[in-house]
Design a protein around this ligand. Structure first.
Ligand code: IDP
Ligand code: MG
Length: 150
């Protein structure tokens, strides 16, 4: 089953939105395969956001993402990467559709609450940055057949 990395960024923790955001992702049918509260340091931030090194917003992004605790999760499900992305909404929270996490809870591109991997390959790379294999659990839930046909 497909897996993706989700980060509930420091603004989500500070604003007390962690529970509401996880509730939306769980309600969608995604399964929590791994989860922890942690604080990113500079090295981890550079590794995770390596595609953005050198961009104008990069120093601000690193300052923000390392500024306090965040929740890191691996979510699992059919098309988990795309499902998380469309549940999150657009990167620029000001343009995110109502009904999405960013569209309902955020207004600024630099305070957009949540990260979700943008492709299966990047999900694999990002999950390995945050979690050891032994921290990622495979299990079935009693209601799985009511969420996925197969
Ligand atoms: P994503 O989080 O929707 O995948 P990316 O383009 O990968 O968006 O950018 C990573 C993060 O960098 C964004 O979530 C946002 O926090 C920040 N970011 C991206 N573009 C800008 C910008 O133009 N100004 C400020 N922050 C930005
Ligand atoms: Mg991205």
């Amino acid at each position: 089953m497909e897996r993706t990395l989700v980060l509930l960024k420091p603004d989500a923790v500070q604003r007390g939105l962690v529970g509401q955001i996880i509730a939306r992702l769980e309600a969608r049918g995604l399964k929590i395969a791994a989860m922890k509260l942690m604080q990113m340091d500079q090295a981890l931030a550079h590794r995770h956001y390596e595609a953005h090194v050198g961009k104008g917003f990069f120093p601000g992004l690193v300052g923000f993402i390392t500024s306090g605790p965040l929740v890191a999760m691996v979510l699992e499900g059919k098309d988990a990467v795309a499902i998380v992305r469309n549940t999150m909404g657009e990167t620029n929270a000001a343009k995110a559709a109502p009904g999405t996490i960013r569209g309902d809870f955020a207004i600024d591109i630099g305070r957009n609450l949540i990260h979700g991997s943008d492709a299966v390959d990047s999900a694999k790379r990002e999950i390995a940055i945050f979690f050891r294999d032994s921290e990622i659990l495979s299990y079935s839930r009693a209601n799985d057949p009511w969420i996925l046909e197969s």
